[in-house]
Ligand binder design. Structure first.
Ligand code: NAD
Length: 319
């Protein structure tokens, strides 16, 4: 982490619009470094479109979508910063066409998302939400809630990048067997460290008790988990999606769980967000969380620090 006081210099003319709620360290550091920051965490799409031409730097999290139309209007914009990982809410093609740098903070969410996956696996294995609901309704479901253990189970990690790797390390602590699939070669040293078995996607789907998705949302990954891929999985297996909505075909998932062709699922991300009223919420062996993968104090602070550091370094011509 850089020493902010040493970088204090004046970027007087630079105006920054922060459109979503971020850790207070980010506006503070940018202001300390002479930038004029408008911190407006409730910015609506129309407000952003209307005001985009006033700023050199636009900062968003996942809520705000930066469209080609907004970028077209953002005549003086030089940087679009995403305080987080996924860049699918920013039209990167349009940004590149207008010479706008798009930056993100991959480091922030790694541990937070991996821990959420572990929480989801444990909650599925022991039916924690159902037990909790029963208690609140005055029902003692002890007999019905005979669970399973993670120890010795096979965890298939689809996309062994930053989050996938962190999850692999955590899974080893539970003595799980880790299988990994990626379109790029997986670091052999990491494979040795966690005992990861490399496999093609079909083998991973056939062998895993838990399949956890950690790929970006691309045309090639859209509905990667669909009726056909689910048909290759064990009937008792569970799918966990903390990557992006759209990677799982939710209609196919619903039908497979309803018909007993799949054991269950835990989803943090959805095809349509906010995902209130999602039919999957009716199912006992499905656990849903409202896109909280990176929603920890530590992850938000880390991502804000990383973005502050990158913006200041870009302005100083260091990177
Ligand atoms: P990363 O770029 O480090 O890793 C992604 C991996 O997926 C890469 O190794 C890449 O080679 C691989 N990949 C790409 N296409 C693939 C395909 N078709 N098949 C198999 N592998 C493929 O990304 P990350 O930081 O680990 O993030 C992973 C996902 O998590 C992203 O979708 C990101 O948006 C999401 N995310 C979600 C939250 C949340 O709040 N739930 C928070 C942060 C990140």
């Amino acid at each position: 982490m850089i020493i902010w006081s040493a970088l204090r210099t004046s970027f007087v003319s630079k105006r920054v619009l922060i459109c979503d709620e971020v850790d207070p360290i980010l506006p503070k550091v940018l202001r300390d470094n002479g930038m004029a920051v408008d911190y407006e965490p409730e910015t609506t799409p129309n407000q952003l479109l209307e005001r985009a031409d006033r700023y050199e730097i636009i900062v968003v999290r996942s809520r705000t979508v930066v469209t080609a139309q907004t970028i077209e209007r953002a005549k003086r914009c030089q940087i679009i910063a995403r305080v987080g990982v996924g860049l699918d809410n920013i039209d990167q093609k349009a940004a590149a066409a207008h010479n706008i740098r798009v930056i993100n903070a991959v480091e922030g969410a790694m541990n937070a998302v991996a821990e959420l996956v572990v929480a989801h696996m444990l909650a599925l294995a022991r039916s924690i939400p159902r037990g909790d609901r029963g208690m609140r309704e005055g029902r003692w479901l002890k007999k019905e809630l005979k669970g399973t253990e993670l120890r010795g189970k096979y965890l298939g990690i689809v996309g062994v990048g930053n989050i996938g790797k962190r999850l692999g390390r955590l899974a080893r602590a539970f003595n799980m067997n880790v299988i990994g699939y990626d379109v790029v070669p997986i670091d052999p040293e990491f494979c040795r460290e966690v005992g990861l078995m490399k496999a093609d996607l079909d083998t991973l789907l056939q062998s895993s008790d838990y399949v956890s998705l950690h790929v970006p949302l691309l045309e090639s990954t859209r509905h990667m988990i669909n009726d056909e891929s689910i048909s290759k999985m064990k009937k008792t297996a569970c799918i966990i999606n903390t990557s992006r909505g759209g990677i799982v075909d939710e209609a196919a998932l619903y039908a497979a769980i309803r018909d007993g062709r799949l054991g269950g699922a835990a989803l943090d991300v959805f095809e349509k967000e906010p995902a209130t009223g999602n039919p999957l919420a009716e199912m006992d062996n499905v656990i849903l969380t409202p896109h909280i993968g990176a929603q920890t104090a530590e992850a938000q602070a880390l991502a804000a620090n990383v973005i502050a550091e990158k913006i200041v370094q870009i302005e100083r011509g260091v990177i």
